[in-house]
Design a protein around this ligand. Structure first.
Ligand code: UD1
Ligand code: CA
Length: 427
């Protein structure tokens, strides 16, 4: 297993945002999360160091909460990508294996690509392997300069490149695999005598040549995988690329997506065949939707949702952390969160699970057992359990558990004042 260093200290000036660039989200998951997942899922890496700088407390918090296999290291001030990697030298003292270095702003990188990079590095017995790709418009990227025999000589940044070098279409993706025991010394020897006055990670290639090491490139075929995010426009473009891939995957698995352009499905959502997704649904986070369900139009599924077969989730229904068993209908205008809903349940229009107490900030669970029927416009105030087969009359405000097969009614009795309208109108 190898180690990874993820560069995430940059401010991301072009995002024009107070939020650090790597915490901007795609389907509510930070860009950095995509990288950490890809690195982990490559199956090659057992530990990652995330280099943080700008608003590091925010990035630290995110990593600590979500990634047990990673820790953060502060880089302050930020003097370039080579300087960023040097921050991990102390932590990796004595480590003799390979290190995968990766920019924190390329969220579409696939786990298999990281795996192939490490395998190619090993097969070629290289000390430094840079992952490159071919771009028709290579401007702003570092260019891979090769010798006449094809050997990788150096990487030249846009701002330092000659007119001739600027024509090169093979670029540095910002992903490297290096033999740490041989290359780590470079990070105390890099110079910043370049156009940006920074310590460039890219200079390790030239340094390697000068120190008798073997450097090569691994070419990534699908350049979409390594597009970087530097602005909100690019964030939206990458989101669309990911969206198209996800929709294609579900369509080819037999999911019926009526309107691909208006349906948004997160990468961590599984959907069974013959499920129909009607237009304008937004599905984020981790979810499992079984076969033969009907979802939408205009449904919002926010993560932690598991839906069994033959369930209907209708228009303007929002689900969050909810398990819904088979043949249950939640068809109109409802919010169901932090809930377990049994089989053959009918939830009437406008039903709300009141799961959050804003004073105590505590979230509680609602449990609705099999065969329960909830009347329209009811509020189920959690924690609460509606036991098997119980009925809640329309406009029920349910604040305690309801026993099996009972009817719970909380509304004021209906009063009818006959002729009242005529009297008011003096007719
Ligand atoms: C970098 C590469 C370039 C490559 C491109 C690919 C260098 C010198 N250039 O350029 O060859 O084609 O990525 O996308 O490496 N960062 C730090 N600390 C710093 C500076 C940067 O952690 O002091 C982080 C940033 O947060 C970012 C990553 O390193 O995630 C890359 O930095 P960025 O400024 O975006 O580099 P590019 O100009 O895109
Ligand atoms: Ca970049």
């Amino acid at each position: 297993m190898v180690k990874s260093i993820i560069l995430a200290a940059g401010k991301g000036t072009r995002m024009k945002s107070e939020i650090p660039k790597v915490l901007h989200t795609i389907f509510d998951k930070p860009i950095l999360g995509y990288i950490l997942d890809a690195v982990k899922n490559s199956g090659m890496v057992d530990y990652a160091y995330v280099i943080t700088g700008h608003k590091s407390e925010m990035v630290d918090g995110y990593v600590k909460e979500n990634y047990g296999y990673a820790e953060t290291i502060l880089q302050n001030p930020q003097l370039g990508t080579g300087h960023a990697v040097s921050m991990a030298v102390g932590k990796l003292q004595g480590y003799k294996g390979e290190v995968v270095i990766i920019n924190g702003d390329t969220p579409l990188i696939k786990p298999e690509t990281i795996k192939s990079l490490v395998i190619s590095h090993r097969e070629n017995k290289s000390d430094i392997t840079v992952a490159s790709t071919i771009l028709e418009n290579s401007s702003n990227y570092g260019r891979i300069v090769r010798a006449a025999d094809g050997a990788v000589e150096e990487i030249v940044e846009e701002k330092d490149a000659s007119t001739e070098q600027k024509r090169i279409k093979e670029i540095n993706t910002g992903i490297f695999c290096i033999n740490w025991d041989k290359v780590s010394r470079a990070f105390s020897e890099l110079k910043n005598n370049n156009a940006q006055g920074e310590y460039y990670l890219t200079d390790i290639v030239k340094w390697g040549k000068e120190n008798g090491l073997k450097a090569g490139a691994y070419i990534i075929e699908d350049s979409n995988e390594v597009l970087g995010i530097n602005s909100c426009k690019q964030l939206a473009e990458l989101t669309k690329i990911l969206h198209d891939e996800i929709i294609d995957k579900h369509l080819s698995n037999g999911v019926n997506i009526v309107s691909p352009d208006t349906t948004w499905i997160s990468p961590e959502t599984e959907i069974g065949r013959d499920t129909i997704i009607y237009p304008n649904c937004y599905i984020s986070g981790q979810n499992k939707i079984a076969s033969n369900c009907k979802i939408g139009p205009f449904a919002h599924i926010r993560g932690g949702v598991e839906i069994d077969e033959y369930v209907k989730i209708g228009n303007f229904v929002e689900l969050k952390k909810a398990k819904v068993k088979s043949h249950t209908n939640i068809c109109h205008l409802s919010y169901v969160g932090d809930s377990e809903v049994g089989a053959n349940v009918n939830i009437g229009a406008g039903t709300i699970t009141a799961n959050y107490n804003p004073l105590t900030k505590v979230k509680s669970k609602t449990i609705i057992e099999d065969n329960v029927k909830i009347g329209s416009n009811s509020v189920l105030v959690a924690p609460v359990r509606i036991k098997e087969g119980a009925n809640v009359g329309a406009v029920g405000v349910i604040t305690k558990d309801i026993e099996p097969w009972s009817l719970a009614v909380t509304r004021a009795p209906l009063k009818v004042l006959e002729g009242w309208v005529k009297r008011v109108l003096n007719k």
